[in-house]
Design a protein around this ligand. Structure first.
Ligand code: NAI
Length: 332
């Protein structure tokens, strides 16, 4: 009997890529539009595996239910696993993730945000559409010679470093466990956070969300940054205290922000809410800022990444079916 997978948070593009890849695996996949939460967890009854994404609420209560239903595996089809209570899962239900599906997708997207903000492409497009061909307000700067500071120097940041190195930027990075060999190769200055804040014209976040990194960008750290700094977040929303970011934008201490993630994204991201007013005041204020580009957690969204996500996830399910050790288990 083919293993049953309850696939939460499903969109047409997920279904297309998983259905195509599953032709080689033959699992029984049921697709559900809903996020996994205490309310929706009954949909997992009878499944062997739940497949979830970044906005699932996989807390202790949900895990209790999954264990009660006999679900054996939580398969995250993303890299981050901050939304799963690993303590509650430990020894009761296995958790796997997709550690890297395309570092290129996310790194290239971070560059897209930088260039869009720097050269005001998002504003220029709106203007020319309305027949306004003036340049006032569109002044940018050469990336060449400017300093970029990366917090986290893992897989994504390393791809980004290669690209920014090509631009001729001065590159600084802070990481708990820096790869000095790589840093040397690309002329990266491995620095402490205060040095990074004091020097960077652009700060880009590439560390995971952990208790130590939650709100790493806050009023205190912003005060240490250069006036006019650009902040890019393709990591996780909670790396930034959004109220403090907005205050920084309001006082012009922060020059611009490119955000692919947001602290409270669950209610909005991946949904069409265009028929209603945005009730989240913080999000509404961000969207009204002329120097903010905010997108809906799409940095990963390339053909290659979707293919890799489906293959890695279904391989994990195959490992469960064959009783083999997981290649990508998340340990609590
Ligand atoms: P990775 O695990 O290769 O690199 C993370 C780096 O952060 C490691 O070098 C680690 O030593 C460092 N680190 C850990 N704690 C730190 C701390 N307290 N301070 C400074 N550095 C610290 O991860 P990867 O693949 O580069 O991804 C980074 C993050 O990007 C993920 O955790 C995820 O949250 C996010 N992401 C976002 C996506 C999107 O679509 N927007 C897609 C994929 C990942």
């Amino acid at each position: 009997m083919a293993l049953k997978i309850a696939f939460f948070d499903s969109h047409s593009y997920d279904e297309t890529s998983f259905a195509a890849t599953n032709a080689d695996y033959g699992f029984d996949i049921q697709y559900y539009k809903e996020h996994l939460s205490l309310k929706t967890v009954p949909l997992a009854k009878g499944a062997d595996v739940v497949c979830i994404f970044v906005n699932a609420e996989c807390n202790a209560q949900v895990i209790d239910k999954l264990v009660e239903y006999g679900v054996k595996l939580i398969a995250l089809r993303c890299a981050g696993f901050n939304n799963v209570d690993l303590k509650a899962a430990k020894g009761r239900i296995d958790v796997v993730h997709v550690p890297a599906y395309s570092p290129y997708a996310v790194a290239e997207y971070a560059v897209a945000l930088m260039l869009s903000l720097n050269r005001k492409i998002y504003r220029a497009v709106n203007r020319t559409r309305e027949g306004n061909f003036r340049l006032k307000g569109l002044l940018g700067f050469d990336m060449n010679g400017r300093t970029v500071g990366l917090i986290g120097m893992g897989k994504i940041a390393k791809v980004l470093i290669k690209i920014l190195h090509g631009f001729g930027m001065r590159i600084m990075a802070y990481d708990l466990y820096p790869d000095h060999e790589f840093a040397k190769q690309y002329g990266v200055e491995v620095v402490d956070l205060n040095t990074l804040y004091a020097n960077a014209d652009i700060i880009s976040l590439h560390c995971p969300l952990t208790p130590e990194t939650k709100h790493i960008i806050n009023a205190e750290s912003i005060a240490k940054m250069k006036k006019g700094v650009m902040i890019i977040n393709t990591g996780r929303g909670q790396l930034i205290n959004t109220e403090d970011l907005i205050e920084g934008l309001r006082t012009h201490h922060i020059g611009s922000a490119g955000l692919d993630v947001y602290e409270e994204e669950k209610e909005y991201f991946y949904e069409d809410r265009s028929d209603n007013m945005i009730k989240d005041d913080v999000l509404a204020r961000l969207l009204s800022a002329p120097n903010v580009v905010l997108t809906s957690h799409q940095a990963f969204f390339t053909e290659e990444a979707l293919h890799n996500i489906a293959t890695t996830t279904l391989n994990s399910v195959r490992e469960l079916a064959e009783g083999k050790p997981y290649s990508h288990q998340v340990q609590g």
